[in-house]
Ligand binder design. Structure first.
Ligand code: E4P
Length: 214
């Protein structure tokens, strides 16, 4: 399973890179706004340090505007993937961009049929937002399972990026279902690595070592 990091923060990306946990990066307008810096400057900075797909999202809501923005973003670097919202206009934009070999990540996906339509339009990636479904008492992981099944049934090459990841179980279950990628916020990434028994065991080893008969 590939791990993308879901952040626009360079320090977080550097730290995750040093752990060998960054196969790619996803950003969104909210994450970018948090940084208080120019959008394209942030994207360029990320491209300099990460050798993998980097999602940058359009702001336009009409197909024509999305396509224009997408062309500009894609020209920044070969690794740019343009994030397009899952709307009718978004599907139209994805179809055009697919014809121009510009990679797309269809975002804000909340149903399996939306994911099927995104694949049919030629999306490179699709991003089901599972944490936001959990927030509505609807099991987000069921959506991942349905998308993985549907894509396998018909051999779609669109890759599934599990998004809106809130906890380690989201990553575990997505991996068990065979999702291609999880895009993980930095705080969740740190929690994946941690286990109290590891800390306890390490402390015991160190205590025994320090108290050994020399
Ligand atoms: C994915 O690409 C999105 O940036 C992100 O996962 C959204 O997560 P949130 O629901 O925690 O905002």
């Amino acid at each position: 399973m590939k791990f993308f990091i879901d952040t626009a923060n360079i320090d977080e990306i550097r730290e995750a890179l040093s752990m060998g946990m960054v196969d790619g990066v996803t950003t969104n307008p909210s994450l970018v706004a948090r940084e208080g810096r120019d959008f394209e400057e942030i994207i360029r900075d990320i491209c300099e340090i990460v050798d993998g797909p980097i999602s940058a999202e359009v702001i336009s809501v009409e197909a024509e505007g999305m396509v224009e923005e997408a062309r500009r973003l894609a020209a920044i670097h070969k690794n740019i993937v343009v994030k397009i919202p899952m709307t009718v206009d978004g599907l139209k934009a994805v179809r055009i961009l697919n014809g121009e070999d510009i990679k797309t990540n269809v975002t804000l996906v909340f149903s399996p049929l939306q994911a099927l339509m995104a694949a049919k339009a030629g999306a490179t990636y699709v991003s089901p937002f599972i944490g936001r479904l959990d927030d509505l008492s609807q099991d987000g992981l069921v959506l991942v399972e349905q998308i993985v099944d549907i894509y396998a049934n018909y051999g779609y090459e669109t890759e599934v990026i599990v998004a809106s990841v809130r906890n380690p179980l989201h990553v575990l279950e997505s991996a068990r279902m065979g999702a291609d990628i999880a895009t993980i916020p930095f705080n969740v990434l740190a929690r994946l690595a941690a286990h109290p028994m590891t800390d306890k065991g390490l402390q015991a080893f160190l205590n025994d070592w320090n108290n050994r008969n020399k």
